[in-house]
Design a protein around this ligand. Structure first.
Ligand SMILES: [Zn+2]
Ligand SMILES: [Zn+2]
Length: 365
């Protein structure tokens, strides 16, 4: 363990005054409020421990003679030393019974249609509301809180502390009234003196067009009422968008997959698809490949706080028939023959989509 004199940076024959000055100087630099670093706080405790010993003539004499370390147990007094030093925990006066209420958050699920066009909802929320029975005062039968006899309404009590700096007055919140400065002799039975009760209430909310998962709608003053009837916090309604049967959202763009037959893809066709705005025709050009896309303008999602609509992208998936009747098989074989197609024919595509025709030749060489 470090030498107490070294810790404080003073010589062995320093006067009590010099030791006090040295400690004050170091303590101001290392105080946890100024320097919260844990290593600094360890050093601070060390300094304080040293001072506890060297500031007490009896302990100092003992220490000088190599006696046992009296300065070890400063634990309880530590905070009080700080209070005495820096005025922490000083007078604050009674704390108000009325406090600001908490914000509340609820999540609601909307479907894609509601997210696109907006909607109105009535939601049922359980939260704290002002107690009717006592008008949020917390007192039974129209009483009012009476002055605390222990602290005389100050909300705090004074205590004389013996510390390394001598006797110091410190104040603490009054135990009898929890610092309110007043006591409720007969609390309201409905709210047990809190001034509020929990209740379910129905709130109408407007969900704007274009919302998506994670968006929050703020309803000012619709959160929890504060203790003692204090102002209510805000209510946040968070949007969770339900999955659609076949439409997939990406921001303001919607995607859907449309399966068409091989022959329809080859010959071209017009298919009616159900969009958020009702049926819409999708024109499939002759010779459409699987994976091709057709865009339908303005049938996507609404952009929040605007009238703009994104697009709906239809992804075409050409479906190869799986079960062929004998007649169909014959026809397809004939079809292949007509086109001069042979078993084993295939085309490998380059990254740019062009056919890599050398591939087959290279293998057949
Ligand atoms: Zn009440
Ligand atoms: Zn009191």
């Amino acid at each position: 363990m470090a030498d107490h004199y070294q810790t404080l940076g003073v010589s062995r024959d320093s006067s009590a005054d010099e030791i006090k000055k040295a400690y004050r100087k170091i303590a101001r630099e290392l105080h946890p409020d100024v320097n919260p670093d844990p290593s600094v706080q360890d050093r601070f405790k060390e300094v304080t421990a040293a001072y506890e010993v060297l500031s007490d003539p009896q302990k100092r004499q003992n220490y000088d003679m190599g006696g046992s370390n009296f300065g070890g147990g400063f634990g309880g007094g530590f905070g009080d030393i700080m209070d005495a030093f820096f005025g922490g925990g000083g007078s604050r006066g009674p704390r108000p019974r009325t406090r600001q209420g908490q914000d509340a958050l609820i999540r609601i699920e909307v479907d894609l249609n509601e997210a696109c066009f907006g909607t109105e909802r009535e939601i049922s929320v359980e939260s704290a509301i002002a107690c009717d029975k006592c008008q949020a005062t917390g007192c039974a039968d129209g009483e009012t809180p009476s002055m605390c006899q222990v602290c005389k309404g100050r909300g705090e009590t004074q205590h004389v502390m013996r510390s390394v700096l001598g006797q110091v007055m410190t104040s603490r919140p009054c135990n009898a009234c929890q610092g309110y400065g007043s006591v409720i002799t007969h609390p309201c039975r409905e709210c047990a003196g809190d001034g509020r009760v929990r209740a379910r209430q129905t709130i109408a909310i407007k969900i704007p067009a274009g919302v998506e998962t994670g968006n929050r709608i703020q309803l000012s003053g619709r959160g929890e009422v504060g203790a003692g009837g204090g102002p209510a916090g805000d209510l946040y309604v968070e949007i969770v968008e339900a999955d659609h049967e076949y439409l997939v959202r990406d921001g303001e763009t919607l995607h859907m997959t449309l399966g068409i037959s091989m022959s329809a893809a080859a010959l071209g066709t017009t298919v009616s698809v159900e969009t958020l705005d009702g049926p819409s025709d999708v024109h499939i050009k002759a010779g459409t490949q699987s994976g091709a896309t057709v865009g339908i303008k303005g049938k996507g999602m609404t952009r929040l706080r605007s009238n703009h609509r994104g697009d709906l992208i239809v992804h075409v998936e050409v479906q190869t028939p799986t079960k062929l009747s004998r007649d169909e098989e014959e026809l397809l074989k004939k079809f292949a023959e007509l086109r001069g197609e042979k078993t084993g024919d295939g085309h490998v595509k380059n990254h740019d989509g062009s056919l890599f025709s050398k591939f087959r030749d290279a293998f057949n060489r």
